[in-house]
Write a protein that binds this ligand. Sequence first.
Ligand code: APR
Length: 235
Amino acid sequence: MKTKISILTGAGVSAESGLGTYRDNGGLWDQYDPMEVASIDGWRKNPGKVLDFYNMQREKLRAVSPNAAHRAIAALEERADVQVITQNVDNLHERAGSTRVLHLHGETTKVRPDQGLYDINFSEDEVFDIGYEAVRLGDMAPNGNQLRPHIVFFGEAVPKMERAIEQVQQADIVLIVGSSLQVYPAAGLYRYARNTARIFLIDPAEVPVRDPRITHIREKATRGMEIFTEEIFKL
Ligand code: APR
């Protein structure tokens, strides 16, 4: 029976690919107001501004590549039963070869029809991948509605949270890589780990968590993944 590992990633796992994080100095939320470009109220008030923001994120994503941390996470699939649960909306885990990736906050390269106020009742078959192309006001879905980013905006529910909790509850090992653990409910996910599970945290900075089960590997993601892999397989 392969060891079950749930890997909870945040923006820090993509930092060494050249994608900025959100809350480090100079991060994305230093440059833009998330309430204007990444919230449901911002979408209602000025959808063009939100579309432009995600068009820019798609352009950036086109220009970067997965780093050694993404590749190390993908390589773990050969030796363990791995489920990636990411807060990231980039596609770098998939491009590195990970085959089981659950995006809690949506995906930059995907769009879906805007369904109005309570917009989580969309069906997966209305979601489609446009790659790195731009979406503009007036670009309509097959159902005639304006296309919107397939992103969980601030103020919207996180539809995949239940599935993520189930995965973490079954895990033998939980690994958190590169998240400041400030945005709920994703930030509280590791707490669903069994008491017998081992929890590791890879982050070069201090992260506000107090849990005796956590081993903090105070390194960047690429070096941290080397240490983690050696530790759990005792090379
Ligand atoms: N390797 C590992 N971790 C790193 C690296 C690195 N090279 N560089 C920075 N970090 C760490 C930072 O120390 C920080 O703890 O990554 C974390 C990044 O935190 P945030 O920028 O807050 O990103 P994240 O936790 O993913 O944000 C969660 O907030 O705005 C929302 O939806 C958005 O998914 C995002 C959520």
